[in-house]
Design a protein around this ligand. Structure first.
Ligand code: NAP
Length: 282
């Protein structure tokens, strides 16, 4: 597995497994299959409700802890210094781990500065190797970077052929922040899996559209965490390291960018209020 080197020297696998929308009762089996397929980076969140199941699969796998790279995220409800400290302990307990590899602020809402102070503290105490953010548009990211000691090592944002984030990636690179794609397949929206340009490139390599999309991201140095509940697709999605897209193929994919989310914009006041008020525990 290829890796990227983060701004504090930690190595992160360039491709991992995401568990958003996998029901808790299905998650242990899915993560077990993913680990068997060779995935070592796992991406969950307190808000996904499946951290315990991820933890059970990790414990049963027998894979040495240092070979795994486990990410979880603090939800908006727990924003702030105290809330984030508490949420971290809850997540770590649910996962059955004694340290985390990557802890992310899930959404750029609420008291993210308080959350960041807690995360800086947890990092200094050795409880989490890497700290970062998610869904931060450039303005909020740069503000956080400029007014804090530790620069987020990762920003996990929606990134796929219809919303490519190249300017965001350039800015993040300048500031030492690694881009990580969520929704690499746009969750299948816009007919991604049968898109003629992607299908054409897939045919040229004798690969699938999913593999072309993942290869395109990896070639752009974007960390990516595709989700599937199917073992055959897990194997397909990790099998992208033995072929390369040409510059011309990369350019054809670049032309698909619409510059807009296929879900919603995190700067939209409606989304800010909707997500900002959503609760995941009492
Ligand atoms: P995604 O990976 O873009 O798409 C998942 C969908 O693609 C599922 O319906 C899956 O179906 C299908 N699929 C997977 N591999 C396939 C293949 N080879 N061929 C055909 N279909 C395939 O969407 P996502 O789950 O939203 O994003 C990935 C991960 O990013 C999440 O699991 C989560 O960890 C993270 N994420 C983070 C945020 C955030 O706010 N930070 C938001 C969304 C997601 P099956 O499962 O039926 O195979």
């Amino acid at each position: 597995m290829q890796s990227v080197t983060l701004n504090n020297g930690v190595e992160m696998p360039v491709l991992g497994f995401g568990v958003y929308q996998i029901p808790p009762e299905e998650t242990e089996r899915a993560v077990t299959d993913a680990l068997a397929a060779g995935y070592r980076l796992l991406d969950t969140a307190a808000a996904y409700g499946n951290e315990e199941a991820v933890g059970r699969a990790v414990a049963r796998s027998g894979i040495p802890r240092e070979e795994l790279f486990v990410t979880t995220k603090v939800w908006v409800q727990d924003a702030g210094e105290e809330g984030t400290r508490k949420a971290f302990e809850t997540s770590l307990r649910a996962l059955g781990l004694d340290y985390l590899d990557l802890y992310l602020i899930h959404q750029p809402y609420g008291d993210v500065y308080g959350s960041w102070r807690a995360m800086e503290g947890l990092h200094r105490e050795g409880r989490v190797k890497v700290i970062g953010v998610s869904n931060f548009y450039p303005d909020r990211l740069i503000d956080l970077v400029d007014h804090n000691e530790i620069t987020p090592a990762v920003n996990q944002i929606e990134t796929h052929p219809f919303f490519q984030r190249t300017a965001d990636q350039d800015l993040m690179r300048e500031r030492g922040v690694q881009i990580e794609s969520w929704g690499p397949f746009a969750e299948g929206r816009n007919g991604l899996f049968s898109h003629p340009v992607l299908a054409g490139i897939a045919a040229e390599h004798g690969r699938s559209v999913a593999q072309v999309v993942l290869r395109w991201l990896v070639q752009r140095q974007v960390v990516v965490i595709p989700k599937s509940v199917r073992a055959d697709r897990m194997a397909e999605n990790i099998d992208v390291f033995d072929f390369a897209l040409t510059d011309e193929q990369m350019a054809r994919i670049a032309a698909l960018d619409t510059g807009r989310s296929v879900f919603f914009a995190h700067w939209d006041p409606v989304a800010v209020s909707r997500l900002g008020r959503s609760r995941i525990h009492d």
